[in-house]
Design a protein around this ligand. Structure first.
Ligand code: NAG
Ligand code: NAG
Ligand code: NAG
Ligand code: NAG
Length: 311
């Protein structure tokens, strides 16, 4: 009997402490969020925690952070996270809060109406240098002769260390740094018909770390280049054209000259090889006799006139 009374008291006592938590309107003690952790991949940092569940009620959360500066110079003060005041999801994107490579602490509290839980903090400080760096997503392509690589845009901190080589020629590996993702980058001019291979890793200077290399990808240059042949062929054609055009014009002018104004062959006796002075004077005087003589020289005409004469 005594035992029963005691247990009855215990039960009512328990109920007295439990009821305020369970009845939302009279909440005084809201449990603090538990199990805080940061998932950080490629310098994007997400703080998560176990949700606080009050049946029939929507619990909100607020997040604060503290860097080395606040701990050292600002009396351990806390700053509200940029995006996470009164949020309803048990996760907060704290990427924009972490601006330097130092140890950060975070704390979260639950709120319901006017009531707040205690703050709950990370078990271990978070430094962004512990972020997981995935090997880069890469796309290689060629227009036939140029080797082009493109990486996904991972933001301003990311560079890509590219290694490429000509396959099956035991050729030396070349290294190039691509400063930014999200746009095509020219690597090299490819040898016709050769296969080229590419691999890359991400580099993040501000945390002094790099990812593993990604899977090697290979691509073949266009075979004996129809383009090159076309270029050679058309340039040969162009040279032929350049040489042929003056020849053609010269030939045409010759033809036209012969058909319009036939050249008259002067007999040796009328050819002047002396000074230009004499030439001029000779020309003036000798025009008539020259033409007469020349006309006589045509054999057909001579023959024609001979036939006319005899008939
Ligand atoms: C703590 O959180 C992680 C994920 O953030 C989860 O996998 C784990 O189960 C949680 N632990 C507890 C005890 O709830
Ligand atoms: C530092 O913070 C504590 C409590 O967090 C407060 O009592 C104290 O006055 C503060 N000191 C200064 C210099 O602000
Ligand atoms: C977190 O915030 C960063 C910076 O604002 C953004 O780039 C990233 O996409 C966000 N991540 C998620 C999962 O919302
Ligand atoms: C991150 O930085 C801290 C402090 O500079 C250092 O002790 C730690 O070894 C670094 N961790 C990694 C993974 O680089």
């Amino acid at each position: 009997m005594v035992l029963n009374e005691a247990s009855a008291h215990l039960v009512t006592g328990l109920l007295c402490t439990l009821i305020p938590i369970l009845l939302a309107d009279e909440v005084v003690i809201l449990p603090a969020p538990q199990n805080l952790s940061i998932h950080s991949v490629n310098m994007k940092h997400i703080l998560t925690w176990n949700p606080v569940i009050v049946p029939g009620e929507a619990v909100n959360y607020s997040v604060q952070y503290q860097g080395e500066y606040e701990r050292t110079f600002a009396n351990f003060s806390w700053i509200f996270s940029s995006w996470c005041s009164s949020i309803s999801t048990p996760a907060c994107n704290v990427t924009d809060d972490i601006t330097t490579t130092v140890a950060y602490n975070f704390q979260v509290k639950a709120t319901l109406g006017n009531h707040s839980s205690a703050w709950s903090t990370l078990k271990e400080f978070f430094n962004r240098n512990s972020t997981i760096l995935t090997s880069p997503k890469m796309n290689i392509s060629t227009d036939g002769y140029n080797l082009i690589v493109e990486f996904e845009d991972l933001g301003p901190y990311f560079e890509f260390n590219v290694t490429y080589w000509k396959k099956r020629f035991n050729s030396q590996q070349e290294i190039k740094t691509v400063r930014k993702g999200g746009h095509p980058e020219h690597l090299t001019i490819m040898e016709a018909g050769a296969e080229y291979c590419v691999k890359a890793q991400t580099i993040v200077d501000i945390i002094d770390r790099s990812s593993d290399f990604n899977q090697v990808e290979c691509i073949r240059a266009q075979d004996e280049s129809p383009l090159l042949a076309l270029v050679l062929f058309s340039s040969a054609g162009f040279i032929l054209f350049l040489v042929g055009l003056p020849l053609f014009i010269w030939k045409m002018s010759q033809l036209l000259r012969y058909s319009c104004c036939p050249v008259v062959v002067l007999p040796d006796t009328l050819k002047i090889t002396d000074s230009p002075q004499k030439l001029i004077s000779c020309k003036k005087e000798d025009i008539e006799p020259c033409e007469t003589v020349v006309q006589v020289m045509y054999p057909e005409e001579f023959f024609h006139s001979w036939i006319q004469d005899t008939l």
